[in-house]
Design a protein around this ligand. Structure first.
Ligand code: ZN
Length: 475
């Protein structure tokens, strides 16, 4: 039920494929938001809400409250009417407005062309969805003077149009979100996930973000021990009504475990992507991800003697098994080239990837391969190279992961848990010398947060924490 575009009827009836995606995205955003509200609703009773001023002033806050004030003080001109509501099930935008007395000319000749001029055509009034919110202000002659549109579940942007010198001009506006940083810490009893759940934060999101930081070092499926401690400072974003919208970045994180301790500080070297560095300024990126799956659970480790559940005898198991639901995406643990893809006896559907420095990885029992992946394909790290299954000799869906190292000219199966400790050392790109002093200062400020109590909220000078610098310091 699109707006009937009488100037170009063909365009109105067509539903281009790229517009199907935003719908799914909105759904996803809403889900994240929903989960967020669900988890933040449960507040930890002991959480202190101490506010700490870390630096002088926060200009962003002042600007924001000015805008707020301006908005609430806007007085409607005499004779104007405001139409405001939500798109209902099966309703189209034009029908909704026509029903409420807006003229077709105003909708099709004024509003729609203005909206279509927003760069990227992010709002298509032909493709509105149930729950989208609109507000239209009409003057005494029924002419649209102001327009506002918020897509359902999108708490971060709105579309606006206002009449300037007789023409409606539309724009997209990011809704300013208020940011705070909260310190989240805990002790592993059973799992990271459970510890986070007890902390009152959303365990899905926080553990995903936390484990991604250390994905080259910590095997969250097997290395976590009771008594291990973790702490991080994570951004939380709220709208102006105080509604939690989403998590932002983890600014700093620390894991102190029986099997190793790590610290990470988020820093952006100007002109580069944000990244995590250790206390000495070395990038935490390594060659291989520890795990080929998200939220993995190890079911069989690398061993020379394992009782085989199908063969009913002790044989070596020179790989790692991860129990996972069928269909879960399997990642390439490092960039490389597909050197085998297809059926491989007991391993079922198998993908082998050859990496630089004499390493190969293999992924077995896959249910299927992604379309287009073939021998010789280049793959990037974390690219999906297959889906968990139970093909070959398997009692249930799991991933068998092989890791080969070239020794004396031959590729041999080795225990990745052992060799990765040597391969993945913080090295890679370090902070360039020009920014070293700045990084030291920045990481020290972040390090201070790691010693704060669980639940501490930091609201001041957040841009100093997240965005270290525009220019290198002159030290
Ligand atoms: Zn196996």
């Amino acid at each position: 039920m699109p707006i009937h575009d009488y100037k170009n009827p063909r365009r109105a009836s067509k539903r281009p494929a790229r517009f199907r995606k935003p719908g799914r995205w909105i759904l996803f955003a809403f889900l994240i938001y929903y989960l967020g509200t669900l988890w933040t609703a449960e507040e930890s009773p002991e959480a202190p809400t101490e506010e700490i001023a870390l630096a002088q002033t926060d200009t962003a806050e002042v600007v924001e409250s000015d805008t707020l004030q301006a908005e609430s003080e806007r007085i409607l001109e005499p004779g104007w009417t405001v139409i405001s509501g939500q798109i209902g099930h099966g309703e189209s935008f034009s029908e909704t407005l026509i029903d409420r007395g807006v003229s077709k000319t105003q909708i099709f000749d004024e509003l729609k062309p203005a909206i279509d001029h927003i760069p990227g055509r992010e709002l298509d009034l032909n493709l509105v969805q149930q729950g989208d919110q609109y507000t239209v202000e009409l003057d005494s002659l029924g002419v649209i003077q102001q327009f506002e549109y918020v897509k359902h579940g999108d708490l971060e942007r709105r579309f606006l149009a206002s009449r300037l010198n007789g023409t409606l001009q539309a724009r997209k506006e990011e809704i300013p979100l208020q940011k705070e940083v909260v310190v989240v810490s805990g002790q592993i009893d059973n799992s990271m996930w459970q510890a986070l759940q007890q902390s009152g934060e959303n365990p899905f999101l926080v553990s995903y973000k936390f484990s991604s930081i250390f994905e080259y070092y910590i095997d969250f499926a097997g290395d976590c021990r009771t008594g291990d401690q973790f702490v991080c400072a994570i951004e939380k974003l709220y709208d102006k009504t105080g509604q939690f919208v989403r998590y932002g970045d983890i600014l700093t994180a620390e894991y102190e475990g029986e099997k190793g301790s790590y610290q990470a500080f988020l820093f952006q070297v100007p002109g580069q992507k944000k990244g995590y560095y250790d206390a000495t300024g070395k990038s935490l990126r390594g060659q291989f991800l520890v795990n080929p799956l998200q939220n993995p659970r190890t079911s069989s480790r690398f061993t020379n003697r394992r009782f085989h559940p199908i063969l009913k005898k002790y044989i070596p198991h020179h790989g790692i098994d991860y129990a996972a639901p069928r269909g879960k995406p399997v990642w390439a643990t490092a960039a490389g080239t597909v050197s085998f893809i297809g059926r491989k006896s007991a391993l079922g559907n198998y993908v082998e990837i050859t990496h630089k420095n004499g390493y190969k990885t293999g992924y077995g029992h896959l249910s299927r391969f992604p379309r287009g992946l073939r021998k010789g394909s280049r793959v990037s790290q974390k690219q999906t190279i297959g889906y968990v299954g139970a093909t070959g000799r398997a009692t249930g869906p799991h991933l068998h992961y092989n890791f080969y190292q070239r020794q004396h000219g031959k590729h041999r199966l080795v225990n990745p848990e052992r060799v990765l400790k040597k391969i993945n050392k913080p090295s890679g790109k370090s902070i360039p010398q020009a920014y070293a002093a700045h990084y030291r200062q920045h990481s020290q400020m972040l390090m201070g947060l790691l010693h704060r109590e669980h639940g501490t909220i930091i609201t001041a000078a957040l841009h100093d924490l997240a965005q270290p610098s525009e220019a290198p310091s002159e030290e």
